[in-house]
Design a protein around this ligand. Structure first.
Ligand code: ADP
Length: 934
């Protein structure tokens, strides 16, 4: 039976043109991904990687990483994903344990492990080398050969490597009914690679002709996850219970685009499941259960919407065995328990791992002969379960000291071992308790007789733990005790230890007044999460907060404190004071240098405070509005004598020549003196740039600002159509063209500056604006794209106000066009967007600009506010369409969904929509379908 790489080759052959992967850097078809990975395999072979050998990978989620994993399997080697965030000591242990032939890392991860014998390789180097390599032939792995090794927490103090065979992957993604895995599936790729959810996220789509939709930000915020689900068009996702709950609490709209979501890894919260179900009536939620040793899932439960389960608020079962899997509920002698009785869950079938690397005793203890199917192996999960009358299995807890925090599996004994090795510690005991943000770890130590005072000792122990264990294993509470209470039979009494734990007293911090300043506001966010006062200098992890808690904190800070915090800031400045200092440094400082008040709510919202424009038949926005109210058609129909085109009479009289166009008045007029422009410069300057200068000035005037006296940075984002004025009026003959091109960039400066795409920089120069000034061109979407860029720059604090807009005036203005059946132009020179009689468009001209500010600033500065921008969606439809100029429904829908997600609104709450219709028979239906789909 062929292995995973062979199956991938079959999928490649069948779905060559299908999209296989998408991330923020682009997308790839199966043919492209297959080809790239085969060439990468050649480079790996060149580095000495042989079938059966291990290849450790410390790389972030990306398209390159998937190509790399495929290449490793193609060679017949075994991939071992490592998390670069692990402390050095632990990574070094794992590397020594699995003795990889190669360690492939990227960026800063290259410095995370020791380079034993030159096995460390930079992914960027091998990716570059692969471009010139030939594709490697497939090594025919057997389905029983190992595919990957994944490390999980070990109770003897060191992590253990679970060896997973190729058949286990194949069994997870083929012939299953627990979730839809088809060529239409776009599976979100979000789990850390070193976590076995990644097995489903990678192979679920890639072995079925679907698409892996990768969130490639290493530590994405809840905002990013919500926006990326929409942007990537994901249909399916696997979220740990903790992440599921956090999204349900803070970004409920994130689930909108999904058809199915698997959640699990820990006990589900019925309240959150209900909340997500209610908000998303067509979403299917699935409880996924299983240990790494049985390859992601052993049991699944498709949670019914109208079932009793949620109605009663009772626990959600883990369902029953997935295909290719057997489950039995047994006593400690592997004898099945009676009907409805509690027992340990043991699992069998193709998903069972081959055992633990280099741990024969532990392997023999946990992987036992399958008494129900002789010759096979059973894995003892250690999970206590009971089968309900309806057949579904309920998860009840563990029979050992393994716990789950934020989906990560932790052996409390591993922490105890690490504590005992800390300086000054005579003995240690660790227990789990229910903390304010969920399960948390309490550590108790008995000091050496000669150990320091407890505070010093605690600092030393924490430092030691940080060097030995990953962040998620840090105890939330650490107590130094003179002695441990004992049970009657002489063991440490952990229950008594926990009973004496006053978690609120864990911090020496007395409640500090919330003073309205940043630090106070931040402190109250963390105090809200923890339920007690926090020491503003304590590290977040030491306070017991995990990455997932920081994601929650980040979402609350965005909402309540400041829009300018990135999730990484919480990791880089990991205590309240440090984070506050960072925020103060990046906050707007008023001209007198004092800190501006930190403002609430409205995070990311942008206000339109000024507008101006020129339109056919309207010199300003008010006249334009009046034209709309009066339903006035502003397209001019010319008679043959008026035309400025160069066609001869017979062409002009051709029945298909439509002599109609909206024209802009007075484009030849310009108050050069007002803008400090000389007459010759004005004559050489694209009228589009001149017009933009005028409307930019008017927008400031409209908002009540004099651009010369604005203190902050003002950005300009604008675009123009192709400069046909230059072609028609400046480059008047061949000689002028030759002179201009011969001296291009060196001479003829006035022509160059007047003609080039400098609308934004010219505006910044003439009006003295010091923010980013960016001229842009994205065809028909140029001015909306300008607005989206302005929004981003304002949110990022790169400017305090921004002009955003565009202008299109092309020459000769008085010209017609030839109507073609099925073409873009309207047969009668009338444009009827979204109308049943729409037959085509009429190209015209116009200029428009808005002046934008962060909403909080606009409110504080008492600006007029016309409208508020809450979310923006911007994307491209790639090559997934019939031609370059054709629109695509899916991409339109995705762009709209991104805007919904960013705005944090439910599409069902939208009461009014304005859209830009072209009135072409192809364009409008696509826009409309896109809207409906979104
Ligand atoms: P996974 O990555 O699939 O969660 P781990 O090996 O990290 O696998 O952890 C497996 C353990 O997590 C199980 O033995 C069980 O204790 C717990 N677990 C996993 N899924 C669930 C679930 N849906 N409900 C309750 N507990 C779960």
């Amino acid at each position: 039976m062929p292995g995973v790489a062979a199956r991938f080759d079959e999928v490649c052959a069948e779905f060559a043109d299908h999209l296989a992967v998408i991330d923020s850097t682009g997308e790839e078809s199966y043919a492209a991904l297959g080809e790239r990975s085969a060439r990468l395999a050649t480079v790996l072979q060149g580095k000495g990687l042989q079938p059966g050998e291990r290849c450790a990978i410390m790389v972030p989620r990306s398209r390159d990483t998937l190509a790399l994993i495929l290449a490793i399997l193609r060679v017949g080697a075994v991939y071992v994903p490592l998390d670069p965030a692990y402390p050095r000591a632990q990574l070094d242990f794992i590397v020594a344990d699995c003795a990889p032939r190669l360690i492939i890392a990227e960026g800063s991860a290259l410095a995370s492990v020791g380079d034993l014998n030159g096995v460390l390789v930079d992914l960027a180097d091998i990716a570059a080398a692969s471009e010139a390599a030939d594709p490697a032939p497939l090594h025919a792995s057997h389905r029983d050969d190992p595919a990957y090794i994944m490390y999980t927490s070990g109770s003897t103090g060191k992590p253990k490597g679970v060896i997973v065979p190729q058949r286990a992957i194949l069994r997870l993604v083929h012939g299953q009914t627990f979730t839809a895995l088809s060529p239409q599936t776009r599976f979100l790729n979000l789990a850390p690679l070193a976590f076995d959810a990644s097995t489903l996220e990678i192979w679920g789509p890639l072995l079925n002709g679907g698409c892996a939709a990768i969130i490639d930000e290493v530590q994405p915020s809840l905002d990013t996850i919500a926006a990326d689900i929409a942007r990537l068009g994901a249909t399916s996702a696997w979220l740990t219970a903790g992440l599921f709950n956090a999204l349900a609490d803070h970004r409920l709209e994130a689930f909108g685009p999904l058809e199915e979501v698997l959640t699990g890894g820990d006990v589900l919260s019925p309240v959150h499941v209900r909340k997500v179900m209610d908000a998303h009536p067509s979403l299917q939620i699935i409880n996924g259960y299983g240990p790494t040793e049985n390859t992601t899932f052993s049991c699944c439960y498709r949670i019914p919407r109208d079932g009793e389960t949620l109605a009663n608020g009772g626990a959600i079962p883990i369902g029953d065995a997935i295909a290719g899997t057997s489950v039995h509920i047994v006593d400690d002698k592997l004898v099945p328990v009676g009907e409805g009785e509690v027992g340990e869950l043991v699992v069998g079938g193709d998903g069972v791992a081959l055992g633990y690397l280099n741990r024969p005793e532990l392997t023999a203890q946990k992987f036992v002969d399958d008494v129900f199917s002789p010759g096979a192996t059973l894995y003892r999960t250690g999970d206590l379960v009971r089968r309900r009358a309806d057949g579904a299995i309920d998860f009840l807890g563990r029979n050992d000291r393994q716990i789950k925090i934020a989906g990560k599996r932790i052996e409390l004994d591993e922490i105890e071992h690490a504590l005992r090795a800390a300086p000054g510690v005579a003995d240690a005991a660790v227990a789990a308790f229910e903390g304010p943000t969920g399960k948390a770890i309490a550590a108790f130590v008995k000091a050496d007789a000669d150990a320091d005072a407890s505070a010093v000792l605690q600092d030393g122990i924490r430092a030691h733990l940080k060097s030995a264990l990953p962040d998620y294993m840090m105890p939330a509470a650490l107590r130094v005790l003179p002695d441990f209470p004992l049970t009657p039979n002489g063991k440490i009494d952990r229950k008594a230890l926990l009973a004496g734990l006053d978690t609120a007293a864990d911090t020496s911090a007395a409640a500090q007044p919330v003073d309205g300043e940043i630090a106070g506001k931040l402190a109250s966010v963390f105090e809200g999460l923890l339920g007690h006062a926090v020491d503003r200098h304590s590290n977040f992890f030491d306070l017991g907060l995990r990455s997932l808690d920081l994601m929650r904190a980040h979402a609350i800070i965005l909402r309540d404190v400041s829009a300018k915090v990135a999730l990484v800031d919480l990791f880089r400045h990991p205590n309240v004071e440090a984070l506050a200092a960072h925020l103060r440094a990046t906050f707007d400082t008023a001209s007198d240098g004092s800190i501006r008040r930190c403002r609430d709510a409205n995070s990311g919202a942008i206000a339109v405070v000024g507008m101006s424009g020129r339109f056919p038949g309207a010199q300003n926005v008010a006249e334009f509005w009046a034209n709309i109210l009066a339903a006035r058609d502003c397209i001019t129909h010319f008679d043959a004598t008026e035309l400025e085109d160069t066609f001869d009479e017979s062409l002009r009289r051709d029945a298909s020549y439509v002599k109609a166009r909206p024209v802009l008045a007075d484009v030849d007029r310009f108050d050069a003196g007002f803008f400090g422009v000389l007459a010759r410069e004005a004559a050489l300057t694209d009228p589009q740039q001149r017009l933009f200068l005028e409307i930019a000035w008017e927008a400031f005037e409209d908002a009540g600002y004099d651009p010369a006296t604005i203190a902050g940075a003002v950005g300009v984002f604008a675009g123009t159509s192709m400069n046909t004025y230059f072609l028609k009026h400046v480059l008047s003959d061949r000689g002028v063209i030759d002179e201009f091109t011969s001296q291009f960039q060196i001479g003829e400066y006035q022509k160059l500056v007047g003609a080039g795409d400098f609308v934004a920089t010219r505006t910044a120069y003439k009006l003295g604006l010091r923010g980013p000034a960016i001229s842009m061109q994205t065809a028909c979407s140029t001015s909306l794209t300008a607005i989206s860029m302005a929004v981003e720059n304002l949110r990022a604090g790169r400017c305090d106000m921004a002009l955003a807009g565009g202008v299109s005036v092309t020459f000769p203005q008085k010209r017609g066009y030839f109507y073609q059946e099925g073409g873009m132009g309207a047969p009668d020179g009338v444009c009827r967007p979204f109308d049943a009689d729409a037959k085509g468009t009429v190209f015209g001209c116009g200029a428009g600009v808005v002046l934008l500010k962060r909403l909080d600033d606009a409110i504080a500065d008492e600006d007029p506010i016309y409208a508020v921008i809450r979310g923006v969606g911007i994307n491209n439809d790639g090559s997934d369409k019939v031609g370059f100029t054709a629109p695509s429904v899916d991409a339109q829908a995705r762009a709209i969904a991104i805007a919904h997600a960013e705005a944090g609104i439910d599409p069902a709450s939208v009461g009014y929509i304005e859209a830009h219709g072209t009135a072409t028979p192809l364009g409008d239906p696509i826009e409309f379908t896109g809207l409906v789909q979104a």
